[in-house]
Design a binder for this molecule. Structure first.
Ligand code: CUA
Length: 336
C-alpha cells in the first residue's frame, strides 16, 4: 500500500538526502515496527486470557497459572537480544555520524542571530546557503557568535548543537543534486523560527562554475599567513619546523600530539581551532602555558584562514578537498 504524498509529509520523516539518512530511517522503522508488533501481541494475549480465564459462575475459583522457568528465561533472553541488536546497529550508526570521512570537503560554519554563515577553503563565503558538490560528503566545523544554535538538516538526519566559544564538528553524507532545508533547532531568540537555510547540492558543472567564480583557492592560505603575522602567532610559532616558544605549525596538521597530562590527540581542524580559542584546555607537553586565548579576538573567517594555512604546511595526508577535475591540489602544499 502506498500512502498519498500529503500523508507521507504529515506522518513520515522528510525525504532522504543521503545513505546516512536511509540507514537511520531503516533502524527507526525496525524499532517502531517491533514496538507495534509487541503491542499487538500483548493486546491479543490479554484478550485471550480475559476470555479463557473469565469467571463462569458464582463461587468459581480462577485456576493458578504458573509459567515454566525455562519459558520465562527464553522470553527474557529473546527480548534482551532484540534490544542489544538495536543498540549495536545504532551505535555503529552513531560512530559513522560522529566521524567525517577523510575525503570530505571542509566548510566552516558560523551561526549568529539569526543566520548561518559558511566559509569555504577557496575563500568563498555564503550566508544561509551551503554550497555542496553532488555526491561529495561535507565536513562542517561550526561555532556560534552569540547564543546556542542547532544546525538541523532533516534530509540528512543530522542535528548538531552549535556553541559559542567552542568548535564542534558534523558532516553531511554525499547527496544527489538538489536543495535540502536547514533549520535552527534551538530556541535562540525572537527570530529563531526564521533562522533557516538551505543545502544546495550542485552538479559537477555548476559546482565548478561556483568554485571558480571569484577568488582563487590559494587566497585562504595567504590570508592565514597575514592573519598569523598580524595576530602575533608567528612570534611564538614557526612555519619551518623550528622549535620556539610554542610548537611549530609545520607538519602539525593531522599529526599526533602528546599533551602535558599524558593524553594524545590528533591535530585535526577541531583541535587546532580549540587550541586557538582555549590554549590551556589541551596543552602540548613540553611547552609553557603562556598562550593567550583568542576567543572573541579572531573572527571565524580568520580562524578558518589560520587552519587552512597550517594545513598547507607540509602534511603527509592527501588533500582534504579532492575535486580531481578542479585545480585545488595546491591545498596540500605540493606533497601528494
Ligand atoms: Cu538559532 Cu534558533
Amino acid at each position: 500500500m502506498t500512502l498519498p504524498d500529503w500523508a507521507i509529509h504529515a506522518l513520515g520523516p522528510p525525504p532522504e538526502a543521503s545513505d546516512t539518512a536511509r540507514r537511520v530511517d531503516a533502524l527507526h522503522a525496525a524499532v517502531i515496527s517491533t514496538a507495534f508488533a509487541g503491542i499487538g501481541i500483548v493486546a491479543i494475549v490479554t484478550l485471550y486470557f480475559v476470555v479463557r480465564y473469565r469467571r463462569r459462575g458464582p463461587g468459581e475459583i480462577t485456576p493458578r497459572v504458573v509459567a515454566s522457568g525455562r519459558r520465562e528465561w527464553t522470553t527474557a533472553a529473546l527480548v534482551l537480544g532484540l534490544f542489544i541488536s538495536f543498540w549495536l546497529v545504532g551505535y555503529a550508526q552513531y560512530l559513522d555520524i560522529e566521524r567525517p570521512p577523510d575525503h570530505a570537503a571542509l566548510v566552516y560554519v558560523t551561526a549568529k542571530q539569526w543566520m548561518w554563515k559558511f566559509g569555504y577553503p577557496n575563500g568563498h563565503a555564503s550566508t544561509d546557503t551551503l554550497f555542496v558538490r553532488e555526491r561529495t560528503p561535507v565536513h562542517l566545523v561550526m561555532t556560534s557568535r552569540d547564543v546556542i544554535h542547532s544546525f538541523y538538516a532533516p534530509g540528512f538526519r543530522i542535528k548538531q548543537d552549535v556553541l559559542p566559544g567552542r568548535w564542534v564538528s558534523a558532516w553531511l553524507d554525499a547527496a544527489p543534486a538538489g536543495s535540502y532545508p536547514i533549520y535552527c533547532a534551538e530556541l535562540c531568540g525572537v527570530s529563531h523560527s526564521r533562522m533557516r537555510g538551505e543545502v544546495r547540492v550542485l552538479d559537477a558543472a555548476d559546482y565548478e562554475r561556483w568554485w571558480h567564480d571569484g577568488r582563487d583557492q590559494d587566497d585562504m592560505v595567504l590570508r592565514g599567513k597575514s592573519v598569523a603575522a598580524q595576530s602575533g602567532c608567528l612570534s611564538c610559532h614557526t612555519i619551518d619546523g623550528q622549535r620556539h616558544i610554542g610548537p611549530s605549525f609545520a607538519g602539525l596538521y593531522r599529526s599526533t600530539v602528546t599533551l602535558d597530562d599524558g593524553r594524545t590527540v590528533l591535530a585535526d581542524e577541531a583541535y587546532l581551532t580549540r587550541s586557538m580559542m582555549e590554549p590551556l584546555a589541551d596543552r602540548v607537553a613540553g611547552f609553557n602555558p603562556v598562550m593567550p586565548a583568542y576567543r572573541n579576538v579572531l573572527s571565524a573567517e580568520e580562524v578558518g584562514a589560520l587552519v587552512e594555512m597550517i594545513r598547507s604546511l607540509d602534511h603527509p595526508a592527501p588533500p582534504r578537498v579532492t575535486l580531481p577535475s578542479l585545480e585545488v591540489t595546491k591545498l596540500d602544499g605540493g606533497t601528494p
